[in-house]
Design a binder for this molecule. Structure first.
Ligand SMILES: C[S@@+](CC[C@H](N)C(=O)[O-])C[C@H]1O[C@@H](n2cnc3c(N)ncnc32)[C@H](O)[C@@H]1O
Ligand SMILES: [Zn+2]
Length: 279
């Protein structure tokens, strides 16, 4: 599958054409490929900050954590819960908010093993995340871009994945084909409960990040997966903390208490929701 095909100019949504190491729109907007092969399709005027999204340090911590395969059960559940009607020989997948590319890389590897060819696009607003992703897997179109305005034509994908991310449902619906599906993955009530009990004096009542009912989508299936992860060093504990919202939410005292632990066994509790596009 050629990479960086079938994308749109983020300024005017006109089709982009590849010319050696650039993508060019008919109105003359030009986007150069970075050395590692990704393209930045986030126009300066759409940037709310100079360095949006996850920082270099957060990306490095997440990459180190995910590379230890603690979250591989999430990959397995994504594959096993994938709606059967959606599976076709050549599957066009968008990972919207792909981070450093762990999931899209693993998903591609497992689908290839099943004889399913994938056309995968991963995008994230953080250039640090996309730089890391583009070094991980050369068979994916990696883009610095925003979910707020996806630089791709209507009905471009069979599936959109949004894992622990920031969904923009109207855009997801626009880029999905008639029979397209959306996967939302988020943490469940007991996710990392042992860590939260160390960090916070009291645990707040659980509130799902998104309602099950969405304007543009109908729910197809919902499931939860629980498993345990053991982190056997303070360094690994800190890597996990850096990729969670608790890094910023927890107090100084809470973070100091966590530093006293050299080993932790934690509950992972993850929710998976598959939706189909409403017509
Ligand atoms: C919690 S991380 C999850 C990353 C990845 N899906 C994973 O599970 O490893 C959220 C990601 O969303 C990205 N992000 C934030 N705002 C975004 C936007 N408007 N469009 C695309 N990505 C965004 C951040 O840079 C960050 O990499
Ligand atoms: Zn243009």
């Amino acid at each position: 599958m050629p990479i960086l095909n079938n994308l749109s100019c983020p300024i005017d949504l006109a089709p982009l054409h590849r010319n050696e190491r650039s993508l060019i729109c008919p109105h003359g907007h030009t986007y150069d490929l970075a050395k590692s092969g990704y393209v930045n399709l986030l126009p300066v005027q759409n940037k709310r900050s100079k360095d949006p999204g996850d920082s270099k340090e957060m990306v490095a911590a997440r990459q180190a954590f995910l590379n230890q395969q603690h979250y591989f059960p999430i990959v397995e559940t994504i594959l096993s819960s994938w709606p059967e009607d959606n599976l076709r020989g050549d599957l066009r997948i968008l990972d919207a908010g792909c981070g450093e590319g762990y999931y899209l890389n693993e998903i591609g590897r497992l689908f290839t093993a099943q004889g399913i060819v994938t056309d995968r696009v991963g995008l994230d607003i953080s250039k640090w995340a996309v730089t890391a992703a583009s070094k991980r897997d050369k068979d994916v179109s990696w883009l610095v871009a925003s979910n707020a305005r996806l630089p791709m034509p209507n009905e471009r994908f069979d599936a959109v994945l949004c894992l622990f991310g920031f969904p923009v449902f109207a855009e997801f619906s626009r880029v999905l084909s008639e029979s397209g599906v959306l996967l939302l993955v988020e943490s469940g009530e007991d996710h990392l409960i042992e860590l939260r009990k160390i960090l916070y004096p009291a645990i707040h009542e659980y509130k799902p990040t998104f309602a099950s009912e969405l304007a543009d989508f109908g729910l197809i299936s919902e499931s939860s997966k629980r498993f345990f992860i053991t982190l056997d060093s303070q360094e690994k504990i800190q890597q996990l903390l850096s990729m969670t919202p608790h890094m910023h939410k927890a107090s100084y005292e809470g973070r100091e208490l966590l530093k006293q632990h050299d080993s932790l066994t934690l509950t992972a509790d993850i929710k998976f929701r598959w939706y189909q596009k409403k017509h």
